[in-house]
Write a protein that binds this ligand. Structure first.
Ligand SMILES: C[C@H](O)[C@H](O)[C@@H](O)C(=O)CO
Ligand SMILES: [Mn+2]
Length: 421
């Protein structure tokens, strides 16, 4: 672990080296600090929520592992998130699901959720200087066992339509209260385990349900709507109603955001390459940065090639105002606070690495047809002293540099998490 003096010395040397390729490290750190990362609340309790803490997680998603110390209440979850925000530099939002409302022990139907159920989250977000994002929860519920917005039974569809409408109003409330637009993202698990006869009608019903949900116009300064596709879920392997083509079409036609989840495509298909395509047709998109390992396994995000490629595609064209960056993983096999810290730090590290590229010089090299230099330079820049820039950034933000954050998590585990049954 380095002391402050050495961190500054290393940074000065790094700054000089980056300066020689035209990169102003002081400037990029200012920009990096402003990019918001939306931290998903559901890593803290394995997507359980507080509506029905004993209920099973359904919808074809799964949190594997049984590491002790998961949050059992909204207060514990907020306390855990406060710990995370001591370990990660930069601006953040917290991404909530409807099942994380505080219903005061009252049985509240999902079609009855209201802003008041999220008042504590809003007051806390104000205190913590955070934005909030939102998701209606269309899984882990008896009425979601077969299908939701695409269900053949109108009564069931109507129930979920009401839930999604209520969710948009909660998003509007977040945006009004916090002065930062809330992205309200709809993901549904609807699909079939085995090969369906009719692939058209469920999609038609989903389209009609979405049209009804989006009927009320809400000021985009407060709420932005997003729709999230998926290739398949567990037990839903043969058909997904909300496929990529479906939502791509829906988003373009209705000017909603499209949510690209890194785990929701075929294993060799990457969202980094989709970003510059979809942004030719959509104003804004939402990302769910995740790490699929052979399937949509929602592993903790690491600093791998795809994460770097995603960040490059955002930064190389200054898309940071058009791309809302959320993270989406849930690992119950390791300390959950550490999982968050690793994923958020890596996402910001990837953005920093992208900002440290001399983009214009690289674009010119490519346009001139000098592909030899393009490859040589991209590879050489990988060994530039980015670690020194990262440590300095953390240190000026009073966030632990290097691996120092891990001991803080271990201490929290000893003093707090280990006492939870
Ligand atoms: C819990 C989330 O809504 C969920 O992860 C969704 O975004 C998803 O990615 C489902 O696979
Ligand atoms: Mn997702």
């Amino acid at each position: 672990m380095q002391n402050k003096e050495n961190i500054i010395k290393s940074y000065e040397l790094a700054k000089e080296q980056y300066g020689k390729i035209g990169v102003d490290t002081d400037e990029i750190l200012k920009r990096l600090d402003e990019i918001m990362i939306s931290v998903h609340c559901w890593q803290g309790d394995d997507v359980q929520g507080f509506e029905n803490p004993e209920g099973a997680l359904t919808g074809g998603i799964q949190a594997t592992g049984n590491y002790p110390g998961k949050a059992r209440s909204a207060d514990e979850l907020r306390q855990d998130l406060e710990m995370v925000f001591k370990l990660v530099p930069g601006k953040h939002k917290v991404n909530l699901h409807a099942i994380y409302g505080e219903f005061g022990g009252e049985k509240t139907g999902r079609d009855e959720i209201k802003p008041e159920h999220f008042r504590n989250w809003v007051e806390w977000a104000k205190k913590m200087n955070l934005g909030l994002d939102f998701n209606p929860t269309l899984f882990s519920h008896p009425l979601a066992e077969e299908a939701t917005l695409s269900h053949p039974d109108k009564k069931i569809r109507d129930y979920w339509i009401k839930h999604c409408k209520a969710s948009r109003k909660i998003g509007e409330y977040f945006g009004k209260e916090l002065g930062i637009p809330c992205v309200t993202n709809i993901w549904i698990p609807d699909g079939y385990k085995d090969i369906p006869v009719d692939r058209y009608m469920p999609r038609k019903r989903l389209k009609e349900s979405l049209d009804e949900i989006m009927k009320e116009k809400i000021n985009p300064e407060y709420n932005l709507d997003a729709v999230e596709s998926k290739v398949f879920g567990l037990g839903l392997e043969s058909y997904t109603v909300g496929s990529h083509e479906f939502y791509m079409g829906y988003a373009v036609e209705n000017k909603t955001l499209l949510c690209l989840d890194a785990g929701h495509f075929h294993p060799t298909e990457v969202i980094s390459d989709k970003i510059p395509s979809v942004l030719l047709f959509l104003d804004q998109i939402l990302l769910h940065v995740s790490r699929p390992v052979k399937w949509d396994s929602d592993h903790v995000v690491i600093l791998d090639d795809e994460l770097r490629a995603i960040a490059n595609q955002i930064i190389r064209y200054d898309f940071d105002k058009r791309v809302h960056i959320g993270i989406d993983f849930f690992d119950a096999s390791i300390n959950r606070i550490a999982a968050w810290a690793i994923g958020v730090r890596n996402t910001r590290k990837a953005l920093m690495l992208a900002l440290l590229e001399p983009v214009e010089k690289l674009k010119e090299t490519e346009l001139s047809g000098d592909f030899t230099s393009r490859l040589a330079l991209l590879e050489e820049y990988k060994m530039y002293p980015a670690g020194a820039v990262w440590d300095y950034y953390c240190s000026v933000k009073n966030i632990p540099a290097g691996e120092a954050w891990l001991e803080i998590v271990k201490e929290y585990e000893r003093n707090e998490l280990s006492k939870r049954s």
